[in-house]
Design a protein around this ligand. Structure first.
Ligand code: THU
Length: 138
């Protein structure tokens, strides 16, 4: 199980808080920011983006993950998620993030009191489904 240094936790937490300020959440008013730390130290972030057609809204974690993959990254050292309450990622985002590492450290940041809670994606998504569960073609 990989571990993040305190300095990295802080770096990621601040990036998640920063991008949370750019969330587009006029319907739920629930703003979320996610920041992902790459192996080379770069941080890629994303916020939730809602839509008047509610079902089209996309979570911050998936925006960040898609941006990271689009930038050429497929392996991550950690993810931070900032929100009021420091809530854990939704089920869909757990599955989406797990594609790129079930043992990724996850830092949950509470915007109310600044508290950081560190856990691992494998704890949030036990008995997970992944590529290894797919039948081999042919
Ligand atoms: N949201 C996220 O961005 N990430 C999550 O893991 C949970 C929910 C967003 C989606 C929607 O814009 C708002 O929070 C309320 O559900």
């Amino acid at each position: 199980m990989s571990k993040l240094s305190d300095r990295r936790i802080e770096q990621l937490a601040l990036a998640a808080v920063d991008v949370c300020g750019r969330a587009y959440a006029p319907y739920s008013k629930f703003e979320v920011g996610a920041a992902i730390l790459m192996q080379d130290g770069q941080v890629i972030a994303g916020c939730n983006v809602e839509n008047a057609s509610y079902g089209l809204s996309i979570c911050a974690e998936r925006v960040a993950a898609a941006a990271a993959v689009s930038a050429g990254y497929r392996e991550w050292r950690g993810v931070a998620i900032a929100s009021v309450g420091g809530v854990p990622p939704c089920g869909a985002c757990r599955q989406f993030l797990a594609e790129f590492g079930l043992h990724t450290p996850v830092v949950l940041v509470n915007l109310i009191d600044g508290a950081r809670h560190v856990c691992h994606l494998s704890e949030l998504l036990p008995s997970s489904f992944g590529a290894g569960d797919l039948p081999r073609p042919g």
